[in-house]
Design a protein around this ligand. Structure first.
Ligand code: KG4
Ligand code: ZN
Length: 315
């Protein structure tokens, strides 16, 4: 995946492990890391071919150094380091979360600062993005992430992995008030999330209703509870940041059209602009890493000493 500083995506090469992960109902870290090893050099060659470029045309190499499942991070980051060293090119250590946080700027033409909901399989946070490497955390999940809640609910229903797209699809046309899900923390004056209670409610409803369950109504009700929590928590964030005029969603969960449209309405109601990445740039991809590399390069944030791969790396 190759991007230039004029915001052109020269190639968007993606190797998805989803079909392999579906056999196991989720990500198996060791298998994912091995699949990375087998794929990575082919992906890089493919990205150059797709862009009709050679390595000598590339100015900067960006690699994700974390946070994430460490096996996959090690493979990607060590490869990026090796490639940069052997070609004598500048290397940028990209934070996976920052890549999600900055990608809306590639296609949406938005300026700093903005209020961001970063919702993925590993994280759910509300942040003020003031610039590359300038983040202020307003709130985050106290337990599961939003993506995890979707994945776990889908697993209970036997809808497979990843759960988010499956729940979203089944929710279409369902009755969002058919089943009672809680809205955790929604009476609290902060910007935190909690999704474990929604997950427990899903289990309780499924145990009680068993075969009688209406999957469409169940998915619509579950998704509505997540949306209500997001809107309630974001309303608190908006109330304490009146100077910020742009509301943004990023991370895998940003691919959910119902969540996007609820956030767009919230933005309109508060005289804010709304932005979300193109659908194919929401879930993990190399374009967002390349773009975060350019954003960091522009502010002179280049590597001066070796960076070790990191399973945890808060913004
Ligand atoms: O950002 P991402 O690709 O990987 C991580 O960094 O975790 O996010 C993956 C998560 C998964 O939990 C997946 O179920 C969720 O994003 N997701 C969705 C949708 N598409 C992906 N959640 C809700 N609705 C979707 N359409
Ligand atoms: Zn991600």
């Amino acid at each position: 995946m190759i991007v230039d500083s004029d915001k052109n995506i020269l190639s968007h090469t993606l190797y998805s492990q989803i079909p392999e992960m579906q056999k196991f109902g989720g990500v198996v870290p060791e298998l994912a890391a091995r699949a990375h090893i087998l794929a990575i050099d082919k992906i890089v060659k493919q990205a150059l071919n797709d862009a009709t470029l050679t390595l000598s045309d590339i100015d900067i190499i960006a690699g994700v150094a974390g946070p994430g499942l460490i096996g996959g991070v090690i493979v990607g980051w060590e490869f990026a380091m090796g490639l940069a060293q052997s070609t004598n090119k500048q290397l940028i250590a990209v934070n996976h979360l920052e890549a999600h946080a900055l990608i809306p700027r590639l296609t949406n033409n938005i300026e700093f600062p903005y209020l961001l909901l970063l919702a993925s399989g590993g994280h759910t946070q509300i942040l003020i993005v003031r610039g590359a490497r300038q983040y202020e955390l307003l709130g985050e999940t106290l337990d599961d992430s939003a993506g995890e809640a979707f994945d776990k609910a889908a697993k209970m229903l036997g809808l497979g992995y990843p759960g988010g797209p499956a729940i979203e699809e089944h929710a279409i046309g369902g009755d969002p008030s058919a089943y009672q899900f809680p809205r955790p923390l929604c009476n609290q004056d902060n910007c935190n999330f909690s999704f474990s209670g929604i997950k427990t409610a899903a289990r309780t409803i499924l145990n009680k209703e068993a075969e009688q369950i209406n999957i469409k109504n169940f998915c619509a009700s579950f998704q509505q509870s997540v949306i209500d929590c997001i809107i309630n928590r974001l309303s608190n964030a908006i109330a304490c940041t009146p100077e910020i005029k742009t509301l943004v969603i990023a991370g895998g969960v940003a691919a959910n059209l119902a969540i996007r449209s609820a956030m767009e309405k919230l933005a309109t109601d508060n005289d804010m602009k709304f932005a979300a990445p193109e659908l194919k740039l929401c879930t993990d991809n190399g374009v967002m890493a390349a773009w975060a590399g350019i954003e960091n390069y522009k502010i002179g944030n280049i590597m001066t000493e070796p960076v070790a791969p990191r399973p945890r790396w808060p913004l």
